[in-house]
Design a protein around this ligand. Sequence first.
Ligand code: NAD
Ligand code: TDX
Length: 349
Amino acid sequence: MKNILITGGSGFIGSNFIHYLLKESNFSGRIINIDKLTYAGNPENLISIEDEFKDRYSFFKVDICDKESLANIFIKYKIDAICHFAAESHVDRSIASPEAFIHTNIIGTFNLLELARTNQDHIELFHHISTDEVFGSLGDTGIFSEDDPYRPNSPYSASKAASDHLVRSYHKTYNLPVTISNCSNNYGPYQFPEKLIPLMVLNAVENKPLPIYGNGKNVRDWLFVNDHCKAIWTIMQSGKRGETYNIGGNTEMENLPLVEMICDILDDILPENGNRPHKELITFIKDRPGHDLRYAIDFSKLQRELRWKPEESLTSGLQKTIKWYLDNKDWVNHIKSGEYRTWIESHYS
Ligand code: NAD
Ligand code: TDX
């Protein structure tokens, strides 16, 4: 793999993956990042990369629904691998307005697959990033394995499920060299503060309410984003073409104790903050419609076949993440004030 096309590389996981590939991995080729820069895409995530890796990194503001622009980049940069992150990713937004999820997650993925199929001679790999949410919801017991049936419950997870099926079908029908990974909830630096962990951290710092949906007993498995990046690169290099791999963090937790953990860490780091203990900010609010009760992920296939396992514990990962949000005040302020949008508009209009 010499020229990797990364879609959605300016979002949370994509930008962490670009940092990982260029700074920590054995990859010596070139990255072409295409991103539409929706509200979730932030070029500030990659400022240091643009400076440091001028010869090996290029960015284009492109929508994966725009076939013509995709084709031009594909040919010009002799793309031989695709790592596909671009998506509408937030469940609550998919409940409020599902349409963009259908366009980007389904049609966008289809466009990329078609491009890969029609240039198949040069394509070594199409890696598709997906989610454990395609498997639906678990009760108190059980764990998702790669062979489980798909039972998506939100427009977001249904659109991801559709895209997974398309990717699989392009392998079965056209023999396109694909791999798919389905992972649990990621957390870490550069995550947009609409998702649970960064939202709770930033609200607590400002002594704002910490909104917990329902009774706080919903369970998620938390995967530190750098562990996820290592898993993706492992699969891209050594995963069997046509296969799906689950990726998990081995850290199942109910939402309420997770938010309490965040509060305890903040109590230690910010002893002067007004509203201590931060736990007092916790507020229970109306539940999310169709809220999946529990996700748990069996990643033993990845561990057994490709020797990957998560390295970060939830405590150390949360400490690193919270410290990152406290240390990167400019990044946080630009997101909160909307200044990052003004910058994008002036550079890419
Ligand atoms: P994100 O919302 O932070 O980033 C998504 C990126 O895709 C943004 O930069 C956005 O601008 C870009 N994008 C959106 N629509 C586009 C379009 N039409 N064309 C080009 N670019 C577009 O999401 P994330 O959390 O980094 O998630 C990345 C991938 O991982 C997604 O496919 C998501 O479904 C999957 N995933 C995420 C998690 C998680 O916990 N965050 C867990 C499992 C799977
Ligand atoms: O304010 C909140 N209060 C709350 O109780 C928010 C934003 C969330 N929650 C709950 C809902 C979930 O049970 O916290 C849990 C995590 O919520 P999100 O951060 O919205 O993540 P989730 O819905 O689990 O989905 C995430 O993980 C799987 C990503 O957004 C998806 O892109 C990924 O596929």
